[in-house]
Design a protein. Structure first.
Length: 296
């Protein structure tokens, strides 16, 4: 699809955050971070812009990879390895980084979230025996890291089928009774919690092609509804990706991402991951697979 010309000023703003080593600043005028670098690489690739900058960003992620395959948010905090998934996603379209992606994917498969048998369903409502992925190595699984890891690993020829099937069960188990997801709890002390748009969008993006629309009908209705129409960065971008996974990212859903981008005039520049996710959502019309090189 042709690139909307309204995106060009925001792409220029994103490019202005690239450092000489290829890494991207997490915000205008601040230091670099691997999640910012990965999201910038994905957004620019999706928009078909600045191939040299994209390659340099991927190389910067490779430079930050530890010998065991993980890509931590800070070198001194190796347990905070959640950017590993984003690096796998950013490397996916480029065979030059296949070895790094293989090593990172192997680390992810070997480091799922912790699990335990649920003894008392009155404390937490979700099934704690199911494993997905997490923010910090050695902790419990949550919706966003599980969803992103599923997207990263599902696209690989050596996709770990059993782990992905269990992660699918985990997301469906964490779906709220009336639809939608939050960070990953359903009930706490018998109180049913509320959904949020970005968590719902993450889960639906990961479940597209793995769970039929009947299994997530209430969540699709929630995400498409007016309560999720806020033109804020994460809500707008993941609303587009989540509905796009089920062929429901209508032009007005994508246009809401442009509205969110325009609100920087009022609220100031977004941080790099948020800016990049909005650019990617518009450039792909809500098709997350296009970030990974699927142009079909």
């Amino acid at each position: 699809m042709p690139l909307p010309q309204e995106l060009l000023p925001y792409i220029d703003a994103l490019l202005g955050r690239a450092g000489p080593d290829g890494a991207f600043a997490v915000a205008q005028g601040s230091g670099t971070r691997p999640d910012a670098t990965a999201w910038a690489a994905m957004a620019l690739f999706a928009a078909g812009q600045a191939a040299g900058v994209v390659a340099a960003a991927r190389a910067a992620l490779a430079a930050g990879q530890l010998p065991d395959g993980r890509v931590p948010v800070l070198p001194e905090r190796p347990e905070a390895a959640w950017p590993t998934t984003l690096a796998v996603l950013a490397w996916r379209p480029d065979p030059a980084f296949a070895a790094q992606a293989d090593k990172a994917a192997a680390w992810l498969v070997a480091h799922p979230g912790t699990r335990w048998k649920r003894e008392d369903a009155t404390v937490v409502g979700h099934d704690t025996s199911l494993a997905g992925w997490t923010w910090i190595d050695g902790t419990h699984s949550w919706v966003e890291p599980t969803s992103l890891a599923m997207l990263a690993l599902s696209a690989r020829p050596d996709a770990p089928r059993a782990a992905l099937d269990e992660a699918t069960r985990l997301l469906l188990d964490r779906q709220l009774p009336d639809g939608g997801w939050n960070y990953g709890n359903t009930r706490v002390f018998r109180n049913t919690l509320l959904p949020v748009p970005e968590s719902t969008g993450h889960a639906l993006t990961a479940l597209g092609g793995r769970a039929g629309p009947e299994a997530v009908a209430a969540s699709l209705a929630y995400l498409a509804g007016p309560q999720c129409a806020a033109a804020t960065p994460l809500a707008a971008s993941w609303r587009a990706f989540g509905l796009g996974a089920y062929g429901l990212a209508t032009p007005d859903i994508v246009a809401n991402c442009l509205t969110a981008l325009g609100r920087q005039d009022r609220f100031g520049p977004y941080d790099t991951p948020q800016l990049a996710q909005l650019i990617a959502a518009v450039a792909t019309a809500g098709r997350f697979a296009a970030l990974l090189g699927d142009r079909s």
